[in-house]
Design a protein around this ligand. Structure first.
Ligand code: EPU
Length: 426
């Protein structure tokens, strides 16, 4: 599970053509792995992507006393959870992956206490935990922060509560959901996040014996049960990876069929691609994107689901960078996500940012240059820009991209791109 220090070299100009299969969503599977902690015994997850974050979460669960059998080739992970898991998630793992915070809810629920190091992860803004904390407090837990750890305790168990989230936070909804399923009484989470990954975890929890009403809506009503049983579950397809390929097809004036994908999870993003001039069609188990001209610029406003996903914002900025016309992109989730435009500017993109707005003036051509990925999606955006830039683009710090895109380089090569992984100083 070493982060491989590689860069990726892209020679621009290829038209992507062919078919690519999507596996399970990173942002779901990590939470599903944490949810396994809620039941003693063996939980099996399928369609598990071969990415570093899954290996980190597997290691975290091992430290908590679980036996974890992660088979990347079979895309499965089997988690054997002991009767009494440990309750401490150490800094050395948590700092490598912010999503580690998702063990907080299950640990308080199962152990009556949790010590979770405060997370690091992507450099994309402040990313507070206040809603996780206040929700747990409403459910009767005491929560404090000491020596870099969030320490939660509910020795008498958690109790149901009415919780109104100030913002439909994905992480807070997940923490409170996982805390609520075994709490005494009913918990209502209002203004809950509705992302497909939330629906996925609700489905798994239901299979484990949880009672949840309102799945897919912004009001989740969770009736606590005493025990849950382990389950087998297939991870929802990764809509962000699917969306990245869709943009790549449009950007390179290509023809890409995306399989094992759920176009209904990408409605707004695919609609935006139609606006830029792409031809979208559904195929069994997925969709196809064809493009035969330079894209037209398109405005974007990121919002919680079902709004336009922040995780596709850099890819659309890349698209707008070579589009005809200008576009206004508004980022409402993560303030630092525009940092990557400085890298995009190295390829000749014309992007002006002010606060959470970016004005992108489409250029007829971008020109290859060395750039640096600052987070997963920034890295994906830079790769896409590199595909259409003249000459060679080298994306450094490519390990960020590897965290979210299993087999990205190999898939790009299969679709016809001239892309090579190179040693960091090569
Ligand atoms: N926020 C708070 N307080 C809280 C919780 C969140 O202020 O208690 C703020 C955050 O600071 C942020 C905003 O609310 O500005 C959104 O945070 P949210 O909790 O919704 O996001 P998250 O759970 O931290 C997940 C994904 C992100 C994705 C967002 C939004 C995982 C591991 N991460 O983050 O994915 O962008 O939801 O959809 O599921 C990525 O994959 O590249 C990525 C960053």
């Amino acid at each position: 599970m070493e982060e491989r220090q590689t860069a990726v070299r892209i020679v621009g100009g290829a038209r992507l053509e062919g078919s690519v299969r999507i596996t399970g969503a990173k942002n779901s599977v990590l939470k599903l792995m944490a949810a396994a902690l809620l039941a003693q015994g063996r939980t099996v997850l399928r369609e598990v992507p071969d990415i570093l974050d899954v290996a980190i979460m597997a290691e975290l669960l091992r430290r908590l006393g679980c036996t974890v059998d992660y088979d990347p080739a079979a895309a499965t992970v089997a988690i054997d959870v002991p009767e009494r898991p440990e309750h401490r998630a150490d800094y050395d793992l948590v700092r490598r992956m912010r999503a580690s915070i998702c063990v907080l809810g299950p640990l308080v629920s199962r152990c009556g206490e949790a010590d979770v190091a405060l997370p690091g992860g992507d450099n994309i803004g402040s990313r507070g935990l206040d809603m996780h904390v206040s929700g747990l407090q409403r459910m009767g837990a005491t929560v404090s922060s000491e020596h870099g750890y969030l320490i939660a305790a509910a020795p008498e168990g958690l109790r149901g509560a009415n919780i109104w989230l100030d913002f439909p936070s994905v992480g807070a909804t997940e923490t409170l959901l996982m805390a609520a399923v075994r709490a005494r009484g009913t918990t209502v989470i209002d203004n809950a996040a509705r992302e497909p990954e939330i629906v996925d975890i609700c489905r798994m929890l239901t299979n484990m014996g949880a009672r949840i009403d309102g799945i897919g809506s912004s009001t989740l009503e969770v009736h606590g049960v005493e025990t849950l049983s382990p389950a087998e579950h297939t991870t929802v397809s990764d809509r962000i990876v699917a969306g990245t390929w869709a943009v790549a097809a449009a950007l390179t004036q290509g023809d890409v069929t995306v399989t094992n994908a759920e176009p209904e999870h990408l409605e707004i993003a695919l609609d935006k691609l139609t606006t830029v001039g792409a031809e979208l069609s559904t195929v069994p188990g997925g969709f196809r994107v064809r493009m035969d001209r330079r894209p037209t610029a398109v405005d974007i406003v990121t919002l919680p689901y079902p709004g336009f996903p922040t995780d596709l914002q850099p890819q659309f900025i890349a698209l707008n960078a070579i589009a005809e016309g200008s576009a206004l992109v508004t980022e409402n989730l993560f303030e630092a996500r525009f940092r990557f435009v400085h890298e995009l500017a190295r390829l000749g993109a014309d992007v002006q940012t002010e606060g959470h707005h970016a004005l992108v003036r489409g250029r007829e051509r971008l020109s290859g240059a060395p750039v640096e990925a600052t987070d997963i999606r920034a890295g994906a955006g830079l790769v896409l820009a590199g595909l259409v830039a003249e000459g060679t683009t080298t994306v450094h710090e490519f390990h960020h991209v590897d965290r979210g895109y299993a087999g990205f380089v190999a898939d790009l090569q299969r679709l016809g791109a001239d892309v090579t992984r190179i040693p960091v100083d090569g």
